[in-house]
Every structure is written in C-alpha cells, then in structure tokens.
Design a binder for this molecule. Structure first.
Ligand SMILES: *[C@@H]1O[C@H](CO)[C@@H](O)[C@H](O)[C@H]1NC(C)=O
Ligand SMILES: [Cu+2]
Length: 174
C-alpha cells in the first residue's frame, strides 16, 4: 500500500519538478545553430524563463552568435562593438525577461540563410522572490505591451505545478 502511494508521488515529482528548475534549450536541437533552419518554428510553443539557458551548438569557426536588438535582428546587423560568441558550444544564460534577439555574424548567414533567433523570456516563476518581481517587470518591459501580459498569464500554470508538487510532498509525509 505504502509503496504504491510512494510510486505515484515519485511519478508526479518526476513529471513536474524538472519544469521548475532551470532548463537548457539546445537551439535547433540536433541541427544546432546553422543556416536554413526555421528557428521561429523551433521557438514556437517553448516557454523560456529567466534562469534558463540557450545552448548554441555548431562547428567552431563555421558560425558565431551575436546578441542584437530588434532593429539589428531585422537588418542582420550588430553593433560595431558587440563581441560575438565563437566557441561552438556557446551557453547564454537568460538573465532578464523580455524579447531577446540573436543572429549569426558569419557572411550572409543571417540575411540569406535566415540564421536568426528571437525569443521572449518570461519572468521566473520561482516563489522565492514574490514581492520584488511584480514591481520590477512591468517597468522593465514598458515598450512591448503584449509580451508583458503573456508573461503574467504564463506564470500561472507553472505555479500550479509547484503547488501540486508541494501537495504531493505533504501526502508523502502524512
Ligand atoms: C540597435 O542596435 C543598433 C546597432 O546595431 C544601434 O545603432 C541602435 O541604436 C540600437 N537601437 C536601440 C533602440 O537600442
Ligand atoms: Cu552562421
């Protein structure tokens, strides 16, 4: 009796706990960071949270990763002083919420090869700082309105999952 209950609870934890931890997103999955890949489709449906990482995999020397703004994304142009990532296994920690744009700086990869990625990073759903985050993110994302509202609604499900996990723990201890 007790072991089946434990199994159920561990199953619940196995499903839900990883979603509350930082996630590494390998950009392009098995294809990595390359030309002629639909990164818009890749990003579709994924929820990026503050604290998650983007991992750009590519043969060193074949591509680079440049962080740009929305204009740079449209025009495939980076600021003159921006330093590209070139390791071939570049990890970018998503430290702040909002829109993030990345392009390849090699040749015409961005313009012709469509090697560009745009994502929206949602505020962390971590309950460790509930009082400070609501005051900080509306002002930080004052420009693009829609991303702020979607961030607010998307934080809900994750919080619900944490509650389920907490309740499961409570059942285990009871
Ligand atoms: C975007 O980046 C470009 C450099 O690529 C810079 O000239 C421009 O001022 C930036 N725009 C904003 C809104 O920061
Ligand atoms: Cu490239």
């Amino acid at each position: 009796m007790a072991s089946s209950q434990l199994f159920i609870i561990l199953s619940i934890l196995a499903i839900f706990v990883p979603s509350t931890l930082a996630t590494d997103y390998v950009v392009g999955d098995d294809k990595g960071w390359t030309i002629n890949f639909d990164y818009q489709a890749w990003a579709q449906g994924k929820l990026f949270y503050v604290g998650d990482n983007l991992v750009f995999n590519y043969p060193k020397g074949a591509h680079t990763v440049l962080k740009v703004n929305g204009t740079g994304f449209q025009q495939c142009a980076a600021a003159l002083d921006s330093v590209p990532l070139t390791s071939g296994k570049d990890v970018i920690n998503l430290a702040t919420p909002g829109r993030k744009w990345y392009i390849c700086g090699v040749g015409q990869h961005c313009e012709v090869g469509n090697q560009k990625l745009v994502i929206t990073v949602l505020p962390s759903s971590s309950s460790s700082a509930p009082s400070s985050s609501p005051s900080s993110w509306p002002s930080a994302t004052a420009g693009p309105g829609p991303s702020t509202s979607s961030a607010t609604t998307s934080a809900g499900p994750r919080f619900a999952l944490m509650m389920v996990t907490t309740i499961a723990f409570g059942m285990l201890m009871a």
